[in-house]
Design a protein around this ligand. Sequence first.
Ligand code: AMP
Ligand code: MG
Length: 338
Amino acid sequence: MAGDKWTLGIESTAHTFSFGLVDSCGIPYPSKSDTVRPLEGGIHPREAADHHRDFSSDLFNDILRSQNLTPEDIGAVAYSQGPGLGPCLRIGASVARTISSALEVPLIGVNHCVAHIEIGRQQCDCDDPVLLYVSGGNTQVIAKLQGKYRVLGETLDIGIGNMLDKFARLQGFPFPGGPVIEKLALQYIEENPDASLKGLELPYPVRGMDLAFSGILTAAQRLIEKGHSLGSVCWSLQEHAFAACVEVAERALAHSGKTELLLGGGVACNNRIREMCTLMAKDRESTSHAPPRMYCIDNGTMIALLGHIELHNGRVTSFSSSGINQYLRTDDTLVSWS
Ligand code: AMP
Ligand code: MG
C-alpha cells in the first residue's frame, strides 16, 4: 500500500449502511451513511440488506467526493465481519471484496464491537478504559485484559437500544426510539422537577455483572396501560436502565483497577447516560469520556480506523477467510496493538 493512500471502511451490521475514511496517518473523516427506517415493525434483516445493496453505489461515490478522492486514492478496504445480521453483513462483505479486488488493495475484515472501542479511544484520547458499550443489539461492559477486550458483563437478552426502540414502537414511534424517549423524559423532568424523589417503580435490570432488559420493557408498558403519563414512564425507564448499566460499569472499574470509562454505541448519544457516567466517575476519582455522536452510532469511519490499525499491525484478510461471522464475540479478536 502506497504511503499516502486512504483506508475505506464499510459498516453494514444492522440498520445502517455506512462508508467512512481514515487517511494514511489514521486520521478519521466523517462517514456517509443511510439508515433503514421501517414505517412499522422492527428491522427485517433481508429488507435492511436490500436497502444496503441499493445504496452501495451512491454511498461509495459520496464518500469519495467528500474528500475529493478518486478510487485510486484508496489503499485498503475494511469491513465489518461481525457480529450482526447475516444478510446485512453479507452485503457489506461483498461490496468490500468487490472494491478490494477491483482496486487490487488489501481487504481487512474487522470486529464491529472492537471498532466502537478504538474510535472512542482515538477520539477521547483514552489509554486503557473500561468501555460501556450500549447500542441497539449489544450491551456490554468491556476491558482489555491479557491481549483481548474481555466482556466483564453483558445483556442476557436484548440490547438496551432494542429495548428502548421496542418500547417507543409500542407507543407508535418509529425506529430509532431512543432519541424520542430521551426528549420525552427530559420534558417530563423539566416540568416535574420533584419527580426524581418519587419516581415510578420498575424492575432493576442488573443480574450480577450482567444485565437483562425484557422484564423492564414489559413492566414499563404495563405502567402505560395503567394510565401513567408517557413522559413519567420514559423518565423512569431511562433512570432504571441507565443506572443498571452504570452500576455494572462501576464494578468493572473497581475490579480492573482502571480509571477511565469510555461510552460507545448509539445509546451513548443520550445526555442522561453521559451525565450519570460523569457523576459516577467523579465519585471514583476517575474520568468518563464519550466520543462525538457521529462516532457513537454505527459508522464506516470506525471500521476504516480499525482496518488501518490492523493493517499496520500486519493483518489482512484473504478472500478465503473473508466470510462473515454473525456471532463474532468482542473477545474473539486478538488485540495486537497498544
Ligand atoms: P447502534 O446500534 O450503535 O447504531 O445504535 C442504535 C441505537 O441507539 C438505537 O437503538 C437507538 O434508539 C439508540 N439511540 C440513538 N440515539 C439515542 C439517544 N439519544 N438516546 C437513547 N438511545 C439512542
Ligand atoms: Mg454498533
